[in-house]
Design a protein around this ligand. Structure first.
Ligand SMILES: Cc1cc2nc3c(=O)[nH]c(=O)nc-3n(C[C@H](O)[C@H](O)[C@H](O)COP(=O)(O)OP(=O)(O)OC[C@H]3O[C@@H](n4cnc5c(N)ncnc54)[C@H](O)[C@@H]3O)c2cc1C
Length: 403
């Protein structure tokens, strides 16, 4: 079928990437992105530069307004209320209906609510979008007593930024240390210790309730401890926004299920980014990706598939995070079955490599080691076998081993 119109629902990084790739691949038909936020913007700075005030709203836009005019990508500033499969289209919140030859779902995820008493209080902060960040910026001033529940990637980043803004930060997590699946236990321990070293109060425990106090909040812990504070921020992950797809009868399972073309259970509907989950041809479900590069990769794949062009090849999955002036990167799967080889420097682990029984590298993570991770990715993607002794040696640049 000659596709003449495509509607993208959700203008985050994944939706924007679909539009960008459709145009760069030669698609000349009608193309619109529907999102209440208007011009698509990048989310990683929300917990870093934007929160710190180093970047403004224009500085995080994925493209300037002129780009959308030049490439004839319409921005429909609205929220989709329902999907329609026969004929393909959407219903907006104001009742307006839009139709297209193909739909792309790119609705991302919502902050996972803390399932405890008071977890649903309207005053409990989360960080998923620019409005959340703006709210946070007004709340975090020097001296604000901020409790953050969840010390994973976003919780740790906000903790670091809030500290830099002069807040008194308490970081609470039942897992000690968090992030082991992403970076392995050794690097996770070192990263978590940075919070205490920087002056953050770290509590290892389980919250059971949040209550309002006069002008503030009180966090109640399972062991009876209470933490009085001004503000509470919850950062315990996301729930994929699958409601539209579910209501329309598309297959979902902790994400909208897609094949390796990003095609959902309806042949005319594709899904990308944080809300999409791949089901392989043999029925196995992959872990849903929730990272920046994953949003770009799935967007690029969907664009190629929509135009029936050859699919791009992507390397092992990659993410980064920043905290306390430190840059963390991970590639592949640090949680895969295997053994870990550590690279140490001055008695501290600086990189960890997950190695399968047959010697292949499965995953790698590094602190302030971007070049190491770039080389590790090549080693993983090419299946290069590297001697463990060389991996462990900080004097051997990984780039040399990736040839
Ligand atoms: C604070 C923060 C920091 C991050 N830092 C990092 C990092 O350092 N490294 C990293 O690798 N990743 C990071 N990420 C993750 C990365 O930003 C996400 O994986 C990526 O943004 C996902 O893109 P997406 O387009 O799938 O979803 P989103 O960016 O969430 O976009 C979804 C869009 O869909 C829209 N939408 C939802 N429902 C509807 C509807 N019914 N109608 C119309 N529009 C709708 C929303 O308004 C939103 O704009 C971070 C995320 C956040 C929130």
């Amino acid at each position: 079928m000659n596709i003449q119109s495509i509607l993208i629902i959700g203008g985050g990084l994944a939706g924007f990437t679909v539009a960008q790739n459709l145009r760069s691949r030669g698609y000349a038909g009608r193309l619109d992105i529907i999102d209440p936020a208007g011009i698509p913007y990048d989310r990683p700075p929300l917990s870093k530069g934007y929160l710190l005030g180093d970047k403004d709203a224009a500085g995080i836009e994925l493209a300037p307004a002129a780009w959308f005019t030049e490439y004839r990508v319409g921005l429909v500033r609205a929220t989709v209320r329902a999907l329609e499969l026969e004929p393909l289209g959407v219903e907006l919140e104001d009742g307006q209906r839009l139709h297209a030859d193909r739909l792309v779902l790119a609705t991302g995820g919502s902050a996972r609510p803390l399932p405890i008493r008071g977890g649903d209080l309207g005053s409990v902060l989360v960080l998923r979008n620019k409005e959340d960040a703006d709210r946070l910026r007004t709340k975090i001033v020097p001296g604000t007593r901020l409790v953050i529940v969840g010390a994973g990637l976003i919780g740790a980043e906000v903790a670091s930024s809030a500290l830099a803004l002069g807040a008194e930060v308490t970081l609470v997590d039942p897992v000690d240390p968090p992030l082991v699946p992403a970076v392995g236990p050794e690097l996770a321990r070192r990263l978590h210790a940075m919070h205490g070293d920087a002056g953050i109060t770290v509590i290892h425990g389980t919250p059971v309730g949040i209550a309002r106090t006069q002008g503030g909040h009180r966090l109640e812990m399972a062991d009876g401890q209470v933490v009085d504070c001004d503000e509470v921020l919850v950062g315990i992950g996301i729930i994929p926004n699958t409601e539209l797809a579910q209501a329309a009868g598309l297959e979902t399972d902790n994400g909208v299920l897609v094949d390796t073309n990003q095609r959902t259970s309806h042949p005319g509907v594709f899904a990308v980014g944080d809300m999409a989950r791949t089901r392989n041809a043999d029925g196995t479900l992959l872990r849903r990706g929730e990272h920046w590069e994953h949003a770009m990769n799935t967007g690029a794949t969907a664009a190629a598939a929509l135009l029936e062009q050859e699919l791009p090849v992507h390397g092992a999955s990659w993410f980064w995070s920043d905290r306390h002036g430190t840059h963390v990167e991970g590639v592949g799967d640090m949680n895969a079955e295997g053994t870990t080889i550590l690279r140490m420097n001055d008695g501290e682990p600086v990189a960890a490599f997950r190695i399968a029984a047959d010697g292949r590298m499965l995953g790698a993570a590094a602190i302030d080691g971007g070049l190491t991770i770039r080389a590790a990715r090549r080693i993983i993607d090419k299946g290069i076998i590297v001697q463990p002794v060389s991996l462990a040696d900080p004097g051997v640049p990984l780039k040399k081993l990736a040839r």
